[in-house]
Write a protein that binds this ligand. Structure first.
Ligand code: 5MM
Length: 324
């Protein structure tokens, strides 16, 4: 999953999230339009050169191309691993409603067994940690860490590699140091919980946020500052037995997310592969090019191919913006 020069495409938007993305560019979100869009992404010529796995959503893993090829089969044929988002979303945390707890543990062993039968090789669960006045609380960090660990242990037991995603949001006015401090705390809680739940660390992928300035912060850390702060925090929290770290993009522009990944890899070698599992930073250009029209599929695929290639180069520290 984190083979050198490869990353993971996060295409696991729930129906609510993909509908928002479609609405923003005037596309109606239906079973068929969502299928058409995902088909355009997954049939991108050459995608397998840079992408080792694709995270799918419950609806998508059951869908097929117009020619009737099930998406997991299509991916497998390309040598790309199909994955599945198994959490059911982040809800208000009881007793601390400005924070979130991710749901989806009920019945998870059964759902994992079904996803394995549908062809899934790995899974993803995203915890959401919000920075703000007086938050995150230890309660939120611990509750989410426990859920992530329980999920990871159920997946390993059921035959899926768990992607463990504790996302500290970049929406507030905090500086990069505050983000690094909160992320460090979240990672410490997650690795303590994974240990308690007997999760094999050499069989997980960590999907973290980068240590980054909040969107509303007056000062934005430079690319080199983000890279240094992120590598420092990972070095202090992520055991070397974890084989791969695949970052989320979290709302960064595609160019910036790639520049950050590249700068981190230039600081290597690191004990783990430092790669990408972007959603928006890989897909935004493709979605904007597609616009719901069959005649734009080629342009959308060219955009996805280009972003995948850039991040492949960045995962080796070999990206220069001129190559974009
Ligand atoms: C692709 O979006 C994923 C699912 O989101 P919802 O639960 O809101 O539908 C999301 O978990 C995604 O896999 C990660 O956050 C990475 O995406 P970005 O856009 O942050 O790289």
């Amino acid at each position: 999953m984190v083979a050198p020069g490869k990353g993971i495409l996060a295409a696991d938007e729930s129906s609510g999230t993909i509908t928002k993305r479609f609405e923003a560019i005037g596309i109606e979100s239906t079973f068929d339009s969502r299928r058409d869009y995902r088909q355009a992404l997954l049939t991108t010529p050459g995608l397998e050169e840079f992408i080792s796995g694709v995270i799918l959503y419950d609806e998508t893993i059951r869908q097929s191309t117009a020619d009737g090829v099930a998406f997991p089969k299509l991916l497998e044929g390309l040598g790309i691993m199909p994955g599945i988002k198994v959490d059911t979303g982040a809800m208000p945390l009881p007793g601390s409603p400005d924070e979130k707890i991710t749901e989806g543990l009920d019945g998870l062993p059964k759902r994992v067994a079904e996803y394995v039968s549908l062809g899934a090789k790995f899974a993803k669960w995203r915890a959401v940690i919000t920075i703000g006045d007086g938050i995150p609380t230890d309660y939120c960090i611990q509750a989410n860490a426990a859920a992530l660990a329980r999920y990871a242990s159920i997946c390993q037991e059921g035959g899926l590699v768990p992607i463990v995603e504790p996302e500290v949001l970049m929406d507030w006015e905090n500086d990069v140091d505050r983000c690094a401090e909160v992320t460090k705390k979240a990672h410490e809680a997650v690795f303590a919980a994974l240990d308690l739940h007997r999760v094999a660390l050499d069989g997980i992928i960590l999907k973290p946020n980068m240590a980054i300035s909040g969107k509303k912060s007056a000062t934005q850390a430079s690319v080199d500052e983000v890279a240094a702060a992120t590598v420092k925090l990972l070095t202090s929290t992520v055991p070397e037995s974890v084989p791969g770290i695949a970052f989320l993009s979290g709302g960064q522009s595609a160019d910036v997310a790639t520049a950050h990944l590249n700068a981190m890899n230039k600081l290597g070698p690191h004990p783990w592969q430092l790669s990408f599992s972007y959603g928006r930073a890989l897909q935004d250009d493709a979605l904007n090019a597609w616009k719901g029209e069959a005649s734009n599929v080629e342009a959308a695929q060219a955009a996805l191919y280009g972003r995948s290639k850039d991040n492949s180069l960045a995962s080796k520290g070999e990206y220069t913006p001129q190559q974009a």
